[in-house]
Design a protein around this ligand. Structure first.
Ligand code: TYD
Length: 138
């Protein structure tokens, strides 16, 4: 099944507040629709840097601005959608087969990613023309 950008939703996660701070949980079998196989995070991203520029065949992810803010641009080959992430209780669910670019990282921001699969380079589509062909034919 091919997903489109409208299938990539922003999920509001509960916050456990108390006088000493806030806590938010993502848990397999509870508020996550897949089992997490890998966690990684982007940080020390220089002002003005752009990242991403790829899609995946099977991988899906939740992306959280654990600190600071940044923008994801999602593209399903037909339509694009920009999502500004700036709060640790909002998770963007990126479905398989979606091209993504990231920009506008604020100073000190941390982009936390929960992934459904281990790192497999063969799952990446890194060429935009290949991506367009995949969306058309694959
Ligand atoms: P990439 O996924 O292209 O980063 P981004 O989408 O943030 O621009 O990965 C950047 C580099 O890091 C690339 O050489 C592959 C490597 N990498 C790993 O070794 N393991 C991982 O889990 C990830 C996500 C990337």
């Amino acid at each position: 099944m091919k997903y489109n950008v409208e299938d990539c939703t922003l999920v509001e996660l509960p916050i456990v507040h108390n006088e000493s701070g806030s806590l938010t949980v993502l848990e397999n079998g509870d508020n996550i629709t897949f089992d997490i196989k890998r966690i990684y995070y982007l940080y020390d991203v220089p002002m003005g840097a752009e990242r991403g520029g790829h899609s995946h065949y099977d991988l899906q992810q939740y992306v959280v601005a654990a600190s600071g803010s940044f923008t994801f641009i999602l593209d399903d080959g037909m339509n694009k959608k920009e999502i500004f992430l700036n709060h640790p209780n909002m998770a963007l669910h990126i479905k398989p087969g979606i091209w993504r670019e990231m920009k506008g990282f604020s100073s000190g921001s941390i982009c936390l990613v929960l992934a459904s699969m281990e790192y497999i380079e063969n799952d990446y589509i890194r060429d935009y023309d290949d991506f367009k062909n995949y969306r058309k034919n694959g």
